[in-house]
Design a protein around this ligand. Structure first.
Ligand SMILES: [Zn+2]
Length: 111
């Protein structure tokens, strides 16, 4: 992999991390968080996918990894709920069923 590409991905990744904190950890606009969360998750997984493609692993491994990322992306989106009462995110490990109450204020999660 070319070094400039690696640096570019590092910067994009840093931007995504900061963006995630600004968008999802702060503020109380739950509707906006819910709207942006799938967009953000898909975009960050596309970035990971691009890194995999650029790293040029053996074709079978690359296809396997990319195929694995699609359900993982969907499960990641599903595993995070935003609380209407306090606006904070409740995350569960992606292989568990989505949380039913807020991990911060214990109110039931409607969506
Ligand atoms: Zn809450």
């Amino acid at each position: 992999m070319q070094q400039e590409l690696l640096v570019t991905f590092a910067i994009v990744w840093l931007g995504l991390s900061v963006g995630s904190y600004m968008l999802f950890q702060r503020g109380s606009d739950v509707e906006r968080k819910r709207r942006l969360w799938p967009v953000y998750t898909i975009f960050s997984n596309v970035v990971i996918g691009a890194v995999i493609v650029y790293a040029q692993p053996p074709m079978q491994m690359m296809l396997g990894l990319l195929a694995f990322m699609v359900p993982l992306t969907w499960l990641t989106i599903r595993a995070t709920k935003f609380c209407t009462a306090c606006g904070r995110a409740t995350r569960v490990p992606f292989f568990m069923k989505p949380a039913e109450k807020c991990s911060h204020c214990q109110k039931p999660l409607s969506d």
